[in-house]
Design a protein around this ligand. Structure first.
Ligand code: NAP
Length: 319
């Protein structure tokens, strides 16, 4: 009997057909909507492999239902949607998509930083609403990135790619990791404590994975330690941040502005408290969303599945 692969979102035929040539494939292709948990559980019962997104909670219930499951191939570098302990207990390999999305995500982080610094969203809103009355010396005056101190929380692949771009802006780069980053020496970046990162940075980028240790790391206390002219940028995960504390920090001037790609509970609606705030740059989780990178991510997911189902190690296994 052919092995079964569950694909939880629509992928291109060129990728899907590689799976169909070898396996029985179920693909959830309802336009844009995530697969309901009940249906996911049903399809997983006899699945040998799953190509999942960060919108699927792959928890103990899934691993217990999926008796034939050998590999979960997650279309993301982050894997906080997967219960790794339950995966190990059930002998299921977890694979992710590191590296192929690094430069694209760093570019988005850089875009967020420049957009926030130069008040691009606010300026565009003013123009589109017909409120632009003309040039004046300090009209929509923002802040420079050039020559500033930039602090990176999580100097891994993406943090380092972001730091490399900062070189062109003559910035001083500091970072906070649990250990010395292998990228730091080439980038002339200095390891500092979390408090030093907050206190010294003009821009703070969160690019760490979401773990028990990093969850809600950016709270009232952390924002209170940042400089009042500082900008906070988050491309990590929404749950790195206590959102009510961030809103308050921006409103009261504890920090100058925030630029976010991710939220604690996605998608957010137009009623979310951040919506409409002038000093908030908000994007709908598009960090790795370039067509070429998404193609590479899907291909890597397919390769990881075929490797495991053919008895080989996946190309990129989550440790
Ligand atoms: P990576 O290469 O594994 O880097 C992660 C870095 O975080 C490492 O340098 C690690 O250093 C540090 N870190 C881990 N735990 C930490 C802690 N408790 N305190 C301080 N630093 C810690 O991962 P990556 O490829 O750069 O991706 C990073 C994250 O970005 C992903 O996990 C994902 O959540 C997010 N991401 C978001 C998007 C998006 O669309 N917005 C796209 C891609 C990735 P130590 O081990 O030394 O602490």
């Amino acid at each position: 009997m052919a092995k079964k692969v569950v694909v939880t979102r629509q992928i291109k035929d060129e990728h899907l057909n590689q799976l169909k040539e070898k396996y029985e494939v179920f693909m959830w292709d309802s336009a844009g909507d995530p697969m309901p948990k009940k249906r996911f559980l049903e399809e997983m019962e006899d699945a040998d492999a799953a190509l999942t997104m960060l919108s699927e909670k792959v928890d103990a219930e899934v691993f217990e239902a999926a008796k034939e499951l050998k590999v979960v191939s997650n279309l993301a570098v982050g894997f906080d949607n997967i219960d790794l302990e339950a995966a190990e207990k059930n002998d299921v390999i977890i694979a992710n998509t590191p590296d192929v999305l690094t430069e694209t995500t760093a570019e988005l982080a850089f875009t967020l930083m420049l957009t926030s610094a130069r008040r691009i969203i606010e300026a565009n809103r003013e123009l589109e609403s017909g409120d632009w009355t003309g040039w004046s010396p300090y009209h929509m005056a923002g802040t420079d990135v050039y020559g500033k101190t930039v602090g990176i929380f999580g100097m891994g692949a993406i943090g380092a790619a972001f730091a490399r771009r900062l070189k062109g802006f003559d910035c001083r780069v500091i970072y906070h990791n649990r250990s010395e980053s292998k990228y730091a020496a080439d980038l002339d970046a200095k390891l500092v404590s979390f408090d030093e990162l907050l206190e010294q940075s003009d821009f703070v980028l969160c690019a760490a994975p979401l773990t028990e240790e990093t969850k809600y790391k950016f709270d009232q206390e952390a924002f209170g330690k940042m400089q009042d002219h500082a900008h906070f940028i988050n491309i990590g995960r929404g749950a790195h941040v206590v959102e009510t504390d961030l809103k308050k920090a921006v409103e009261t001037g504890d920090i100058a502005a925030a630029a976010l790609d991710v939220y604690d509970g996605e998608p957010i609606s137009k009623d979310h408290p951040f919506i409409g705030m002038d000093n908030m740059t908000l994007l709908p989780h598009i960090g790795s969303a370039s067509v070429a990178t998404r193609d590479d991510m899907v291909q890597l997911c397919v390769d990881n599945i075929t490797h495991v189902l053919e008895g080989k190690a996946p190309l990129t296994q989550v440790k």
